[in-house]
Design a protein around this ligand. Sequence first.
Ligand SMILES: [Cu+2]
Length: 141
Amino acid sequence: MKIDWIHVIILVLAITAISGCSTPGPVVTPTAVPATPTPFPPTPTATSTVVPTPSPTSTTPSSASVTISGFSFQPGEVTIARGGTVTWTNNDGTAHTIKFQDSESPALQNGKTYSKTFNVTGTFDYICGIHTYMNGKVIVV
Ligand SMILES: [Cu+2]
């Protein structure tokens, strides 16, 4: 029997084409698009009103308390009105002092307090005279 090679090739091509067509291709599912985009948070406008800082004298406390704990003054900075008083309380087991440029408290043992009145405005830095790395600041306005 003589083989008609042309027919064989056509048959092979036909089978290949059929199998190729019958192979399911990747199913492209349309991606759901949100109807509305996610709104961004409102952008502050450049023309927003600047709220003036209230006058310090209207809200500045006349007194402040500082705790000495863990070899540090807490808070490290207090603001009081002129004529006000700052009171330090030593919660450490170790004695500390409150040393300003012009004065120094006695050594405060645990639980002891020291108060100082400030009649002049300005910024007053202080340290512990025993542990000079301990520092704090009193701002008098
Ligand atoms: Cu100290």
